[in-house]
Every structure is written in C-alpha cells, then in structure tokens.
Write a protein that binds this ligand. Structure first.
Ligand code: ARG
Length: 275
C-alpha cells in the first residue's frame, strides 16, 4: 500500500515535470516563430466619418489611415483592432489607457502633446473651406459674418476661431465630420472648415451636392498627422521605426498612391519630423 502509493506519486511527479517542460518548450517555439496567435493585439480608436482617412465600408473601418496602421503594425510585430469609437471617446480612451492607439487623422500640436505622445508625422495637411455654390467665399476672411460648421475639438475649429474669434456664436460644433457636412448640405451652416483631403474627397464623392472648396495659404498653415499614444506609451518607438521602414521600403508610397493617386512628398515629412 505504502509502496504503491509512493510509486504512483513518483510517476505523477514525473508526469507533471514532463508536462511542464513540454509547455515551456511549446511557448518558446511559437514565440520564436512569431506566430500570429502570439502577437499582441493593440486596441485602436478612431472617428470613422473622415474619408479618405477613415470611414465605414461594409461594417469595417477602411481608409488610408487603416492601411497605413495595418502596415506599420505588421512591420512592428503587432496586431491592431480598430474600433469606430468617435472622436472624444478616442481621446478619453487614450487618457484612461483603455486604448493603445488613436488613428484618426489627428494633427500633432503643442496642446495635444501635453497629454499624448505622437508618432513621427505621417501626413501633411492644412485646413480648407467647403461651401455651397452661390455663397461668396474667396478665402478665410469671407468666413466673417457667416454661419460656420466645424467638427468639435478639431484644428478646423481652431482655424475658424482664429478668423472669427474664439467662442464666436457663428460657429456650430458637430461631434463627427459627417454631421458637419450634413449641416452644410441642409443649410444650417454656410461654410465648414475641415482638412483639405477630406473636403476634396467630399466633393469627389458628392458631385451633385453643389459643394465647392477654397483654401487659404495665408490663414491656414501646414499641419501634420501623427499616430496618437497615451503619454509614456511603450509602443511609440516601435511604430516610429515601422513608419520609417515603410517610408524607405516603398510601402508608404504604395498606400499613398492607392488613396491619393500621386506620389507622396516624403522629404517634407522627414523634414517635419525634425521639428
Ligand atoms: N486633423 C484634424 C485634427 O486633428 C481633424 C481630424 C478629424 N479626424 C476625424 N477622424 N474626424 O484636429
């Protein structure tokens, strides 16, 4: 009785040891192969009414930002799960670290840098005015005295405020870019201020809308999009390296051409990264 107990105990212990070492070896093997099951999944927030950067297509977030982030994540050895959280919830999620990344055509600026980390610049933009034909609009000065729509908390809002004044009652703020364009369409506002590529895409996608665009180099300065991370994020460096790799290996240019039908100006992005 005692002997057989001892024997089976030893057998059991040996079995456990075998099992344990088998488990250990298994983990090492798959980590070494970087199998997709082992990749860390990063949670990404966005506001997906901002074509061509992010928009819903058959229930999926699609766009330039999505392609670029997927390529960068692949390069850096991560997987990403992109959710249409909305603009404010994206920033809140980054603050609370429930999100690892914000990818939403977010302009890098000093104010935001106080609360978030940004990747190297990945896209050059500026503000543009969209308005209904028949409205006198030759540049930013013509925003004065008109009803203006912006997406709340965006650089379009800040650009409009710089012309007509902060807290101006002429500015209506919408939660999404889509609601801002709807307000223009319905006549609730006479002009909207948004990002250049988004204004141009809207006109392209809505050729019968009677919406026209005008820029203003003097009032609207160049700005750069960056991938957003919570402050102190461990992922920023990996994504900076990945972006650089995509700039140098031609993948960034491939994605850029797919969405914008022209070659990117990589030199000016690299120049902006130095600032
Ligand atoms: N680039 C502008 C900003 O950062 C607008 C971005 C809006 N993005 C969006 N997905 N709706 O303020």
């Amino acid at each position: 009785m005692t002997i057989s107990f001892k024997k089976s105990f030893i057998a059991m212990a040996a079995g456990c040891a075998l099992l344990l070492s088998a488990c250990g070896a298994g983990q090492e093997d798959s980590a070494g192969k970087e199998s997709s099951e082992e990749k860390k999944v990063l949670q990404v927030g966005t506001e997906a009414t901002f074509a061509p950067f992010e928009f819903m297509d058959k229930g999926q977030v699609s766009g330039f930002d999505v392609d670029l982030l997927n390529a960068a994540a692949e390069e850096a050895g991560y997987e990403v799960n992109i959710e249409n959280t909305g603009w404010d919830a994206m920033f809140a999620g980054l603050q609370s670290k429930q999100l690892d990344i914000g990818m939403s055509g977010v302009t890098i600026n000093e104010e935001r840098k106080k609360s978030y980390d940004f990747s190297a610049p990945y896209f050059e933009s500026t503000s543009m005015i969209a308005f209904k034909e028949g409205t006198k609009m030759t540049g930013a000065e013509d925003l004065k005295g008109k009803k203006i729509g912006v997406q709340n908390g965006t650089t379009g809002q800040f650009a409009a405020e710089a012309v007509v004044g902060q807290n101006s009652s002429a500015i209506s703020k919408y939660e999404t870019a889509a609601l801002m364009f709807q307000a223009l369409q319905s006549g609730d506002v006479e002009a909207v201020v948004t990002d250049i590529a988004v204004a141009l895409e809207y006109v392209k996608n809505n050729p019968d809308s009677g919406v026209e665009t005008v820029g203003d180099d003097k009032n609207f300065k160049p700005e750069y999009y960056g991938i957003v991370f919570p402050k102190g994020s461990e992922y920023k460096d990996d994504f900076d390296k990945a972006l650089n790799e995509l700039y140098d290996n031609g993948k960034y240019a491939e994605i850029y051409k797919k969405w914008f039908n022209e070659e990117p100006k990589l030199e000016s992005l690299k120049e902006a990264a130095k600032q």
